[in-house]
Design a binder for this molecule. Structure first.
Ligand code: GDP
Length: 363
């Protein structure tokens, strides 16, 4: 599956948010592996379109899609130099597909701040520095190896070494490596480095309950940094989300209404994480089950079918596709067929978010 690692300095609210995320998932369904281990949780992706489909199809079962969250505690100043089990945690970050960076934006005298005061910009900078230093070490090693090998005169190895030098110089200046790769070779070399600072990032501004509605200078700091990086920001109150995640159904809705919230902040966070990973959803809708399936944007029909079962991909013949809006507007498959809105698509069809799919395949 695809996963997001939750990082941030100690005492910023990571565990509170992680626990709320995973307990909210546990409440809502028959999903057997809500918590794989204490630090990894499988979380259902909330999608109101499933309710719309189900109202038409009346299935026996509704199966949302999921993503994984990993609570990566222990990142502290000096981590890249091995402080506080630092390298081990950096290794965990290396293995995730995207990073959710929790930043403390709440004041609370009862909760110690590692630097003695709440300062989002300084906190973000501390984390960036650690990730950058770790990346620098990674590149230095590769560079040394490539330079050594390049002495044989091999053109390609020399190019590779030169590329690593460019990457190193950027990291040295504390700059981001995004956009550094200029051709296919360089893109491959960059990917193989698995740099921490090259992963997509979403910031979570963890604010006090009273600051949820309005603007706050702490959140402003996060937004300013995020916009320079082209990253997103989700503002939530971790403490409040922990309370909301204990509630279900009407009780939950009533609580949200009281708070003047359209939806739980966690739902926004999960969806933003899903987008950050470049993921989209297609549906299968039958009387047995209405189900959401996850693919990366740009996936073609046979590979999308392969997410359900590898036989679907191997024996793929064609897909019957109804766009989500058409399916709803025509009150289901029969109506869409009648209006000529069910399309037959072949191997080259790029699946779109919300497509209701039915696959034809050889066994
Ligand atoms: P972590 O070290 O980043 O995992 O942080 P924790 O989730 O363990 O939270 C550290 C402390 O901050 C705990 O005492 C939490 O109850 C508290 N905390 C977390 N989120 C909030 C919040 O939104 N507001 C306030 N006031 N306290 C919070």
């Amino acid at each position: 599956g695809f996963n997001c690692g939750i990082v941030g300095l100690p005492n910023v609210g990571k565990s509170t948010i992680f626990n709320a995320l995973t307990s909210a998932g546990a409440e809502s369904a028959n999903y057997p592996f809500c918590t794989i281990d204490p630090n990894v949780g499988i979380v259902q992706v909330p999608d109101p379109r499933m309710d719309q489909l189900s109202a038409i199809v009346n299935p026996q079962r509704i199966q949302p899609t999921t993503i994984e969250f990993v609570d990566i505690a222990g990142l502290v100043k000096g981590a890249s130099a091995g402080e506080g089990l630092g390298n081990q945690f950096l290794g965990h970050i290396r293995s995730v597909d995207a990073i959710i960076h929790v930043v403390r934006c709440f004041d609370d005298d009862n909760v110690v701040h590692v630097n003695g005061r709440v300062s989002p910009a300084a906190d973000i900078d501390t984390i960036h520095t650690e990730l950058g230093l770790s990346d620098l070490e990674t590149v230095e090693k590769k560079l040394q190896r490539a330079e050594k090998a390049g002495r044989s005169g091999d053109r390609k190895l020399k190019d590779e070494a030169a590329f690593y030098q460019r990457v190193r110089d950027l990291l040295d200046q504390g700059k981001n490596v995004r956009g550094v790769a200029e051709n296919e070779d360089e893109r491959l070399w960059l990917r193989d480095l698995h740099l921490l600072t090259d992963k997509p990032v979403l910031y979570v501004a963890n604010v006090a309950e009273d600051d949820l509605g309005g603007e706050h200078p702490f959140v402003g700091q996060v937004q300013q940094i995020a916009s320079l990086e082209g990253a997103g920001v989700v503002t939530i109150c971790g403490k409040l989300e922990a309370e909301i995640s204990e509630l279900e159904g009407e009780e939950k809705q009533a609580f949200l209404n009281d708070m003047g919230l359209a939806e739980a902040g966690l739902d926004r966070l999960i969806r933003s994480g899903y987008e950050l990973l470049g993921l989209i959803t297609y549906f299968t809708a039958g009387v047995k089950e209405v189900r959401a399936w996850t693919i990366t944007r740009g996936t073609k029909a046979p590979q999308a079918a392969g997410v359900i079962h590898s036989d679907f991909e191997k024996g793929f013949i064609r897909a019957e596709v109804i766009a989500f809006d058409d399916f709803i507007a025509c009150n289901g498959e029969a109506g869409a067929k009648e209006k000529g809105l069910m399309r037959l698509e072949g191997k080259e069809y790029v699946v779109r978010d919300g497509d209701v799919m039915h696959f034809r395949f050889n066994v």
